[in-house]
Design a binder for this molecule. Structure first.
Ligand code: GTP
Ligand code: MG
Length: 149
């Protein structure tokens, strides 16, 4: 089954949006496999966003992600990677559709409250990057037969 790495960025934590954001993924029907509040070291932020290294906003992005605790999450489900990206909405919150997390809760690209992996391969890579093995749980949700036929 597909896995994605979702992270509530420091602005989401500071603005008290943790419960609201987790709720959206829970209510959709995805399964939580890992969860922690974490102060991210600079090296990890740089590794996570290494594809953006050459962008002019890269130093600001690293400052932003390390500016306070983040909430790290693993979520599992059929099609969870693409679906989570839809729930999150466009990178620029002003372009994000109402009903999406960024569309409802944010106004600027540099403060867009949440991260979601952009491919199944990156989902695996990022979960491996942010979690140690013992921090993840494989478990069966009792609601599963009521979500998937
Ligand atoms: P993530 O889920 O965080 O990876 O966002 P994304 O996939 O929608 O966008 P992308 O991977 O292209 O960029 C990663 C993050 O860098 C964005 O979510 C923003 O926080 C930040 N970012 C991207 N473009 C800009 C920009 O032009 N200015 C600033 N300040 N930040 C940017
Ligand atoms: Mg991205």
């Amino acid at each position: 089954v597909e896995q994605t790495y979702i992270m509530i960025k420091p602005d989401g934590v500071q603005r008290g949006l943790v419960g609201e954001i987790i709720s959206r993924f829970e209510r959709k029907g995805f399964k939580l496999t890992g969860l922690k509040l974490f102060q991210c070291p600079k090296e990890l932020a740089e590794e996570h966003y290494k594809d953006l290294q050459s962008k002019p906003f890269f130093p600001k992005l690293i400052d932003y992600i390390t500016s306070g605790p983040v909430v790290c999450m693993g979520w599992e489900g059929v099609g969870v990677v693409a679906s989570a990206r839809k729930l999150i909405g466009a990178t620029n919150p002003l372009n994000a559709e109402p009903g999406t997390i960024r569309g409802d809760l944010a106004v600027q690209t540099g403060r867009n409250v949440v991260h979601g992996s952009d491919s199944p391969d990156n989902g695996k890579r990022e979960i491996g990057l942010w979690f140690k093995e013992g921090e993840l749980c494989a478990w069966t949700a009792v609601q599963e037969p009521w979500l998937v036929e």
